[in-house]
Design a protein around this ligand. Sequence first.
Ligand code: SAH
Ligand code: SF4
Ligand code: F3S
Length: 438
Amino acid sequence: MNYKITTYGCQMNENDSEKISGMLKKMGHVNVEDESQAHIIILNTCSVRENANDKFFGHLGYYKKMKESRPDLILCVCGCMMQQESVIMEIKSRYRHVDIIFGTHNIHELPGLLSDHLEKHEMIVGVWKEGGNIVENLPIERKYDFKAYVSITHGCNNFCSYCIVPYTRGRERSREIDSILMEVESLAKNGCKEITLLGQNVNSYGQTLSKKTTFADLLKILVQVKGIERIRFMTSHPKDLSDELIDAIALEEKLCNHIHLPLQSGSSKVLKEMNRKYDKEYYLNLVKKIKDKIPNVALTTDIIVGFPGETREDFEETLDVLEKSRFDLAFTFLYSTRENTPASNREDQIPEDVKHKRLNRLLEIHNKIGHDINQSYIGKICEVLVEGKSKNNSNYMTGRTDTFKLVNFPGDDSLTGKIVKVKITDTKTFSMEGILED
Ligand code: SAH
Ligand code: SF4
Ligand code: F3S
């Protein structure tokens, strides 16, 4: 059968989709891009904000119509939303056209669930409440040959008071160093140049292993793998980012000069209520330390606007940190109430119009900073890992610098997967332009 997977949410979900694809391919099914050619449709969902949930139910309505004209179509839904009981109940009562439901902890069960459905022709629900042991060696069908995601931890133990992820992904578990090393070595053998290590909080890697290991220890081993030229990682929780790690990034050529360091809020009061376990002063000191030790580092961040009880003064503190930290990129979110999280019960929710006004002010300041940082690249020669043809102009290729800047430049497809030198000539809002250097 042909299958088509649509992925929502973060890189964790993308990596899971690659495994789902790997399993289906191994069973003899064929990955297709065009939904109209697919016999199996899989929606891998995200639950981090309410609008993600709303969108998903909208899509389910659309597939209901599609199934009326194509009754043999098998519709599978999986991912973080399926770890919420209320979602499963809603699907069971209102979206009976869904055929298979599974969760984040048991993607390896998909082959069995699929056979069950083919045999019984009824809705099959298989969701585990808690994560078991990490299942290693699942087949994987990756999107690219030259860059790859490698999960190093699953789950999260931080319970930030706004966040649903600890409930959808379970407790934090680290993969064994040997399993990670084997995966990275096999990627390198197949021509992979860049890996991105994934975890909700990569800095706490190793805490659950019987032989205590730190994230910096893991990196020291992975930089030795021949063929891997760049190592990225995300996400770094500020509370656990060690000096040892900063030194490693400063020293090791292969570790990209980019740290994604979610701020969430600049107000110490709000940070405390978010259960982030650091305050404004700690965050600013950390940024200073990073910038002192890694002069050309790119810092990116996540910020939530309108957390319950956020006053105008609290918000001004966020703007202050924004101006002092000068982020290359900020992913900004309006606070969204998530079922059963501690912050959702608060009565001092911020009105939507206030949230929007604050977000606009924040973006105005951030965009100016981002623009100024990008301007400072003009004339510089950067190493770019070429990812393929540019979307807007087929005579242009596109790729990323080690600081995660998107660069477009004239070139041809033979460069895909190579690291080339590009001189930056111009900048746009979300990208830069350049020309190849000999
Ligand atoms: N583990 C990562 C983040 C994972 S979720 C970390 O700790 O930084 C990605 C981002 O979504 C978060 O950094 C946060 O900014 C945002 N987010 C999470 N829950 C949210 C909520 N309820 N409302 C708005 N944004 C939220
Ligand atoms: Fe959510 Fe906080 Fe865990 Fe990140 S660290 S996934 S924001 S609970
Ligand atoms: Fe979304 Fe789950 Fe990732 S909630 S952000 S897909 S861990």
